[in-house]
Design a binder for this molecule. Structure first.
Ligand code: AMP
Length: 386
């Protein structure tokens, strides 16, 4: 008898679809096209970063199942670049072409309530939380969890959008007025020492690969700077990597995911969020690792061997928000004169405050040097230094 045949690999030359047209879709397309694939991006707007990097951009409404299925019929495999893709749109694509990660993984990770239930069910630590559907439930949840706490919309939140911190009992009504009436999650406020994230990948054959954790600093709830290695005790690093792999295995995820953690002062790792796709904190893998998170996404999607996650240079990444454009043209030359600094611009036309326009990555001999260089490069770019 012939041995069982593994999942058929999707080889260079094939057509890959990516749902979503943002920078993550653009960087996926760049990696895939470098490897000889054709990329078709799907977006509900024409002017998007992926438009410039894919072979075809389909401007399509996510509720137009018939069009989604017609597009999927021309694709060998499909992935997504953001987790707010409606599940029914993912199901429409998946009914015609393999979609990885699956619509089930998307459904779990795009809803904070379902995501937390998954973590609890599988024994992964996370912040104390309660799902609330109305004002009275919120008051009860505040009684149980205590203050300070943070109220988050169950779905469609990102970069701190759809979140209100609640300091005092008097703030409860205002928080509900600003986010309700819709399902929300109340989370106890974690006094963390640091925030780290781990990008991990899983192939259709169950093989896994995990990167070094990055250490992340946020400003105004938006990722500001990431460094890799994270400079934490080896036991913490090992546990974070173990948990990230355990989570993607328990999800049955095929693709790339990022698990964000809070590290508490007593050394506990609590899962904050799971993103079922490459992540902003993993952008530095492009310069710092043997395989970038985007190439890894292509490999996992196509059933190819996962690439080495080995880090080849200490690195730091700094986001470039639209704020940097206020006043004058950024000083590109000053940033690029810095040693080991790479510029990534997403091609967004309008630099609004808080909008992610690009990022800088610095590689150096040490992570402290990489961090100092990337901060200085950004200060110079944004004309914040004399
Ligand atoms: P999120 O969109 O849930 O990832 O939240 C964005 C950022 O807000 C996190 O990276 C943290 O810096 C902060 N944050 C969110 N939830 C909590 C929490 N329960 N305790 C402390 N800080 C939080």
């Amino acid at each position: 008898m012939m041995p069982p045949v593994g999942p058929t690999a999707i080889l260079p030359g094939a057509r890959l679809g990516v749902m979503g047209g943002g920078q993550l879709g653009a960087m996926f397309a760049m990696a895939a096209r470098r490897m000889g694939y054709r990329v078709e991006a799907l977006s509900d707007v024409a002017d998007c970063p992926a438009a410039r990097h894919s072979d075809t951009l389909h401007v399509v409404a996510y509720d137009d199942a018939r069009s989604l299925q017609r597009i999927a019929a021309g694709l060998d495999a499909v992935t997504f670049e953001f987790e707010n893709v409606p599940v029914h749109a993912a199901l429409a694509m998946a009914s015609v072409s393999p979609l990885r990660p699956s619509p089930e993984v998307l459904a779990t990770t795009q809803d904070r309530g379902r995501e937390k239930a998954f973590l609890v069910e599988h024994g992964f630590g996370c912040a104390p939380h309660r799902l609330v559907h109305d004002r009275d439930m919120l008051r009860e949840a505040v009684e149980e969890i205590g203050l300070p706490a943070v109220l988050k919309t169950a779905s469609f939140g990102y970069d701190g959008k759809g979140q209100r911190r609640i300091e005092r009992a008097e703030d409860v009504d205002a928080a509900w007025d600003s986010l309700g009436p819709q399902s929300c999650l109340l989370e106890g406020w974690i006094e963390f020492d640091s925030e780290i994230s781990v990008v991990a990948a899983r192939g259709a054959d169950g093989s896994t690969a995990v990167y070094e954790p990055s250490r992340n600093l946020h400003a105004r709830h938006i990722l500001d700077v990431s460094t890799m290695p994270a400079g934490l005790p080896a036991t913490v690093i090992a546990e974070a990597r173990r948990m990230a792999i355990g989570i993607i295995e328990a999800l049955g995820l095929v693709g790339v995911a990022c698990v964000e953690f809070f590290l508490t002062s007593d050394g506990r790792l609590l899962v904050n969020e799971i993103a079922p796709r490459p992540h902003n904190s993993g952008h530095l893998t492009i310069e710092a690792c043997e395989t970038s998170q985007f190439e890894q996404q292509v490999r996992a999607l196509c059933g190819l061997p996962l690439g080495s996650t080995r880090q080849i240079a200490p690195a730091a990444m700094a986001n470039l928000l639209g704020d940097c454009w206020s006043g004058a043209e950024p000083d590109w030359a000053a940033a690029l004169a810095m040693p080991g600094v790479s510029l990534h611009l997403y091609g967004k036309s309008e630099p609004r405050p808080g909008r992610k326009m690009g990022h800088l990555t610095a590689v150096a001999e040490t992570v402290d040097q990489a961090l100092a260089n990337v901060i200085l490069a950004r200060d110079r770019l944004c004309r914040r230094t004399p």
